[in-house]
Ligand binder design. Structure first.
Ligand code: PLP
Length: 384
């Protein structure tokens, strides 16, 4: 019988989407489920793309990206991440999402295992599933500050494990991994013949503690870094990111881009050059806005005694709602239907995260404050 892919048919949709769709049927809903900046892309970046398009820069580019952008990325990595690499190690990708997908493909074959934190960005598990890989979740424990450590990973390691994925600053936890822990993770991957993929898309969105790139620890080896323009420059829709790998792996990732998208949208690559080489004031302004929102929202949670992680980076709050006795999904559904506040249920980020919801700080301060107040009131009223 003619039938479509069973792998894709069986794969669940992202748990973020369900609440998103529900909330879109409610006209005055407060959207605290979205994972993208509410700021516009800075004007000089848009201008650069418009000029490129009008000047006829509208054709295919090299698979790995235009040399001008790859050079600008090398400069950014050195200046802001303390990572010193040659240009042949940088591949421009369709967002970090495209970079992570092609990096995973470049490092594995069907049936291999990918170690993924629970909770983490849902797309990691989806990428592994689409590529017929074994999703090997390891838990991030609240009692250990939701930090990934070798002790948590070890029990989930099998003969099939090929890739260990870590994300700092973390979505949804806001955890920024300390240098000593990052070093342990890098060493653990080395000792177990694993590739370490370090997702660093929130590298410039930190509040206090600086992010340390895993690439600083192994300059040319088993660490692959994924970065993005989406969060730093409010450029989610432009779809530009990049990965840093060994020259061999970088050339496999480049090869893999050909049958998928060939290259990244050419005016968007020019916009990305302008983002890196132009004024950085907007980045600092967004960072301080997220910090202020974090502080205001956590004040409300703390006053109500609602347990939560204290984010040191990214723009999310990970809040424990287990006091209601409800499942995360029932809580999130009821919150949007009865109180018009959309948040994401914890199990969207991993199977053992059902005690939590994720609140995004990427919405206007007034909406956030009102949304968090309603959430707190709901937890108190529905508490069993
Ligand atoms: N990695 C993490 C942890 C994310 O949260 C996201 C987006 O939400 C991405 C990667 C994807 O970023 P991009 O827009 O560059 O594909």
């Amino acid at each position: 019988m003619r039938r479509p892919s069973q792998t894709l048919t069986r794969m669940p949709r992202s748990g973020i989407r369900e609440i998103f769709d529900l909330a879109h049927g409610i006209p005055d809903a407060i959207h605290l489920e979205v994972g993208e900046p509410d700021f516009p892309t800075p004007e000089h970046i848009c201008q650069a793309a418009a000029e490129a398009a009008f000047a006829g820069f509208t054709h295919y580019t090299p698979n790995a990206g235009i040399p001008e952008l790859r050079e600008a990325i090398v400069g950014k990595l050195l200046e802001r991440n303390d990572v010193d690499v040659e240009v042949d190690r940088v591949v421009v990708t369709t967002g970090a999402g495209g970079g992570l997908f092609t990096a995973i493909r470049a490092l594995t074959d069907p049936g291999d295992g990918v170690l993924i934190p629970d909770p983490s960005w849902p797309n990691y598990a989806m990428m592994a599933t689409v590529q017929e890989l074994d999703v090997q979740y390891f838990p991030l424990r609240p009692e250990d500050g939701l930090v990934p450590t070798p002790e948590h990973i070890e029990p989930h390691l099998t003969e099939r494990s090929r890739v260990l994925l870590v994300n700092s600053p973390g979505n949804p936890t806001g955890v920024v991994i300390h240098p000593e822990t990052m070093r342990q993770l890098v060493d653990f991957a080395e000792a177990n013949d694993l590739w370490l993929i370090s997702d660093e898309v929130y590298d410039e969105m930190t509040f206090g503690r600086d992010h340390i790139s895993a690439l600083t620890m192994v300059p040319n080896g088993h660490v692959i870094g994924a970065f993005s323009f989406s969060k730093t420059y409010a450029m989610t829709g432009w779809r530009v990111g990049y990965v840093v790998a060994t020259p061999e792996v970088a050339s496999l990732i480049t090869k893999c881009q050909e049958p998928i998208s060939s290259c990244v949208n050419s005016p968007a690559q020019k916009a990305a050059v302008a983002a890196l080489t132009g004024p950085q004031d907007a980045v600092a302004e967004m960072r301080s806005a997220y910090r202020e929102r974090r502080d205001r929202a956590t004040e409300i949670l703390d006053a109500a005694g609602l347990p939560h992680a204290m984010p040191e980076g990214a723009f999310y709050l990970w809040v424990d709602v287990s006091g209601t006795g409800m499942s995360d999904i029932d809580f999130a559904r009821k919150l949007v239907l009865d109180r018009q506040v959309a948040v994401v249920p914890g199990t969207a980020f991993g199977p053992t995260s059902g005690a939590y919801i994720r609140i995004s700080l990427a919405s206007a301060l007034d909406d956030l404050v009102e949304g968090v107040r309603r959430t707190v009131a709901a937890v108190q009223e529905w508490a069993s």
